[in-house]
Write a protein that binds this ligand. Structure first.
Ligand code: GDU
Length: 287
């Protein structure tokens, strides 16, 4: 017998799979940050289509992937508002079954982007059986919705052409900004390192993990992969990590013991907004 939509509106297995290429994409998008937006504006704009926690799934077809979008975060509320305003409609048009997780580092200790992303992976999986994880800086907005927030056969780097770098890939192995790994790919590399405190290196460490596990970095082309970055000053408590160069020489010997299998943290609060799930965590930083 055919399975129908359940009481929660969860589409049953009877829905046909969504198309490989989502039919309602717009291509190049107009993106503008020099305008005042509030979270309430964004809720009014996209709220009717969302479920609490920033969750969405298409109703006319069965999504190809279940995607957790993970944003490492502290004190960038204005950027988050722009990000939500632009990304929710894009992710909906891409027909993803997705949820948005903002992983907020508690306190004033040194920032640890990679550890926050590991935490996002673990916390999202406690809620739903996501199979793909997109890790995104809060200040990066795609300007082409053909850049699909999905996983592929190899780890995927999505932010290939950022306006700040004149729309050129700065170097071949770059993996920072916005990237996507399937659950299996992420487990294969033991997640990110937890030990990059402050700015820099953690993305290159992941890039090396990927190559040491004999995977490649896949990318969209440099037209589809265009992004706008919201301009900002360097945050406090996120100075360049002076140890990052040395640490990158140690990826191979450390990756099996520094990552998901050594992750320690305490969840302080999980707050559900219509637009996102906000997870505040103590990452055990030195202050
Ligand atoms: N972030 C915060 N609050 C902070 C610091 C950082 O929310 O106080 C988050 C944001 O999501 C931000 C991301 O961390 O977008 C990256 O931090 P920066 O913006 O300071 O770093 P860059 O713009 O130089 O980013 C580049 C890459 C990142 C990462 C970083 C090195 O785009 O993916 O690799 O370098 O750590």
């Amino acid at each position: 017998p055919e399975e129908s939509a359940g009481p929660t509106g969860r589409p049953g297995k009877s829905l046909d799979p969504c198309a490989d290429v989502p039919p309602n994409l717009q291509g190049v998008l107009q993106v503008e940050f020099r305008t005042n937006r509030t979270l309430q504006d964004v809720r009014n704009h996209v709220g009717p289509f969302l479920q609490q926690g920033g969750r969405y799934r298409p109703t006319s077809c069965r999504a190809k992937q279940k995607v957790a979008v993970i944003i490492p975060f502290r004190n960038r509320y204005e950027h988050l508002t722009h990000w939500l305003y632009y990304l929710h409609p894009v992710l909906m048009r891409q027909q993803l079954d997705y949820g948005v997780y903002v992983i907020n580092q508690d306190g004033d200790g040194v920032f640890n982007r990679a550890k926050l992303m590991n935490i996002g992976f673990v916390e999202a999986l406690k809620e739903y059986d996501y199979d793909c994880f997109v890790f995104s800086d809060v200040d990066l907005v795609p300007i082409d919705d053909r850049n699909l927030y999905r996983c592929s056969d190899h780890p995927r780097h999505l932010s290939v052409a950022v306006d700040k770098f004149n729309f050129i890939l700065p170097y071949a192995t770059i993996f920072g900004g916005v990237s996507a790994l399937s659950e299996q790919q992420f487990l294969k590399v033991n997640g990110f390192s937890n030990t990059f405190w402050g700015w820099g290196g953690e993305d290159d460490d992941m890039s090396q993990r990927i190559s040491y596990r004999r995977m490649f970095i896949s990318r969209p082309d440099s037209v589809t992969g265009r992004y706008k970055m919201i301009k900002h000053k360097r945050d406090s408590h996120n100075d360049p990590n002076p140890r990052r160069i040395q640490k990158l020489r140690e990826t191979y010997s450390n990756m099996d013991k520094d990552g998901l299998n050594s992750l320690n943290y305490t969840v302080r609060e999980i707050r559900k907004d219509l637009l996102y799930t906000f997870v505040t965590v103590d990452v055990q930083a030195d202050v």
